[in-house]
Design a protein around this ligand. Structure first.
Ligand code: ARG
Length: 254
């Protein structure tokens, strides 16, 4: 054998043994790969300083994972990319203020509801003409793409809907006067208005819908959904859920 061949052979064996050693490590639960669209404060957003993903959903999913004996690895993506990512198995679960509805339930499996929400209308402070849902007829409305708000806006007679990648972009367009109203989840609107000190925008009318948020997993992954439900139950029982709730929303209205 030539010298060259021998070195090749030896280094090959070395690589192989290294590879095998890598597999032999003690079995650890693989991290839960969680997808989210993190422009949805106070549910999921990026902390400006630490760049960590924070919010109610982030705390909740980390607590759920801990209960399951694992950790969370967050993957950020567009809201309309979340369900396709579950279907493609590139993530295990979605927590993203995602409303449980029939259309989505055909494709994914939802956990039990974990938060009660609903859509609401937000307009500029000086708007005097839009006071309720029916006042939106013929108006320009901004929404986040792929959301229940986008679906709701499509039902309004003669309204022109513009879809943005994130709610903050829709809010910005409203402030700039490019649209008359935004339809978006009420707790997110509340947080946005509060952060801005009520400077430019306000909410009007009754909530348009009542919606439940759920954690989604692939349709074929009933086992993971059951584990998540079990963990949720435990967190509700041991007071951890309430702690997380109060951290982001204040004392729960009971
Ligand atoms: N609840 C709405 C829906 O499910 C909006 C959710 C948007 N979430 C987000 N993280 N941007 O359609």
């Amino acid at each position: 054998m030539s010298k060259k061949l021998i070195t090749l052979f030896v280094s090959g064996m070395l690589l192989l043994s290294l590879g095998l050693a890598g597999c032999g490590g003690q079995q650890k639960n693989a991290a839960l790969r969680v997808g989210t669209e993190p422009s949805f404060a106070p549910f999921e957003f990026q902390d400006e300083k630490s760049k960590d993903f924070v919010g109610f959903d982030m705390d909740l999913i980390r607590a759920i994972a801990k209960q399951m004996g694992t950790e969370v690895q967050v993957q950020s993506m567009g809201f309309d990319a979340l369900i396709p990512a579950l279907e493609a198995k590139s993530i295990d679960a979605v927590i993203s203020g995602m409303t449980i509805n029939e259309e989505r339930a055909k494709k994914v499996k939802f956990s039990k509801p974990y938060y009660k929400s609903g859509l609401a209308i937000i307009v500029k402070n000086d708007n005097k003409t839009i006071n309720s849902f029916k006042d939106l007829e013929g108006k320009n409305i901004a929404v986040q793409i792929g959301t229940s708000g986008a679906e709701e806006a499509k039902k309004i007679k003669d309204a022109k809907t513009r879809e943005f990648n994130t709610p903050p972009e829709a809010f910005m367009e409203l402030k700039a006067g490019g649209v008359d109203a935004v339809i978006n989840d009420k707790p997110v609107n509340d947080y946005f208005i509060k952060q801005a000190g009520g400077q430019d925008t306000k909410q009007v009318g009754e909530p348009l819908t009542s919606e439940d948020y759920g954690i989604a997993v692939a349709g074929s992954n009933a086992e993971l959904a059951a584990k998540i439900d079990k963990a949720l139950d435990e967190l509700k029982k041991n007071g951890e859920y309430d702690k997380i709730y109060e951290k982001w929303f204040g004392p729960a209205k009971k």
